[in-house]
Design a protein around this ligand. Structure first.
Ligand SMILES: [Zn+2]
Length: 110
């Protein structure tokens, strides 16, 4: 059994060698930094995180504002329950379908 680690962002298990979480895209940078002995100063980390958070928040806000779905979570629930998908019956939606329909607001693929 391959060794795995737990993603701090989505709590899914991913291979130890993975540098990016395949579930949520979280980047595992810690091991590389520790191994090379380089640690960025705390203020730099805070600054980068703050910029990324503000930037991502702005982009997400711009993208989701015109979408009629109440929220990605609610949207996904509607599809899983069958209330909003073409088949009108409970179904699992893939991560790609979730992103396309609930995050980007495209039509649900048949
Ligand atoms: Zn993750």
């Amino acid at each position: 059994m391959p060794s795995v680690k737990k993603c701090p962002d989505c709590a899914e298990r991913v291979l130890d060698e993975a540098s990016v979480c395949r579930h949520c895209g979280h980047t595992f940078a810690a091991e590389d930094s520790v191994a090379s002995g380089y640690r960025p100063p705390a203020w730099a980390v805070v600054l980068v995180v703050a910029i990324l958070t503000l930037g991502a928040g702005g982009i997400i806000y711009q993208r989701t504002r015109p979408v009629k779905h109440p929220s990605p979570e609610k949207c996904a629930q509607l599809y899983r329950d069958g209330a909003a998908n073409p088949a009108n019956q409970p179904m699992d939606i893939t991560e790609q379908q979730f992103v396309d329909t609930c995050v980007q607001g495209k039509d649900f693929p048949n």
